[in-house]
Ligand binder design. Structure first.
Ligand code: DX5
Ligand code: ZN
Length: 216
């Protein structure tokens, strides 16, 4: 199980310290939300901040691209040091080409699904993916309420992955907290993203530790 704190809810002026604290609490991956104000109604950050953060932490960076025209920016995020990159099925028309581009460059590659996007949208591409990111909120903001339907979606995806003999990991993102993390792990999620539950409470180290304890 991997706890991936989302820096969206952190204090960006103290990013390195916030991430280091979450790492002391047991986080092993850093989730970086990239938003363009077009695919989602919010704007966050781009490759320069990813490059700076990559220098400031030994943890791998998991870059969640919530942007249109992602193909134009993939090389820049790879060069900035992204170890994992997820693309949204709803935002990338030539998904196979972009997935192949990333995998050829040694990036762990995932596809993200909005809550309303059916798992069937991944039928063809699934064997090419290292992970699937199941969104349990509509992307755009931290601190939203968990959409309960995500639990069954994760269970169904776990079954599909097993039936097809794949090794694809399942990541869940949105509204993850100490109250639902255990159920998410039992449903089959292996990578748990948590923004406000780690950075929204003042002490990211203690918050990360509490989430990991709740997951076990
Ligand atoms: C939402 C982002 C999430 C967000 C999660 O669009 O993709 O990664 O930071 O934040 P919480 O955990 O607060 O829902
Ligand atoms: Zn995210």
């Amino acid at each position: 199980m991997i706890l991936a704190p989302s820096i969206l809810s952190s204090d960006f002026a103290r990013l390195a310290e916030e991430v280091a604290a979450a790492a002391r609490g047991g986080a092993t991956l850093v989730h970086v939300d990239v938003m363009d104000g077009h695919f989602v109604p919010n704007i966050t950050l781009g490759p320069p901040i990813v490059a700076s953060l990559h220098k400031a932490t030994p943890l791998p960076l998991d870059v969640h691209l919530m942007i249109e025209n992602a193909d134009r920016y993939l090389q820049a995020f790879v060069a900035a040091g992204a170890a994992w990159i997820s693309l949204h099925q709803e935002a990338v028309p030539h998904l196979e080409r972009q997935v192949a581009f990333l995998r050829e460059r040694g990036v762990r590659t995932g596809v993200a699904l909005n809550p309303a996007t059916p798992l069937a949208a991944l039928d063809e591409i699934l064997p090419e993916l290292d992970y699937v990111l199941v969104m349990s909120v509509n992307p755009g903001f931290g601190g939203q309420k968990f959409i309960p339907g995500a639990l069954d979606k994760i269970r169904r995806l776990r079954r599909v992955i097993q039936d097809r003999g794949l090794k694809t990991q399942i990541e869940v993102d949105g509204g993850v907290d100490a109250g639902n993390i255990r159920a998410l792990v039992e449903a089959g999620a292996e990578v748990l993203v948590a923004g406000s539950a780690v950075f929204g409470k003042g002490d990211p180290e203690a918050a990360a530790r509490r989430l990991l304890e709740a997951a076990r």
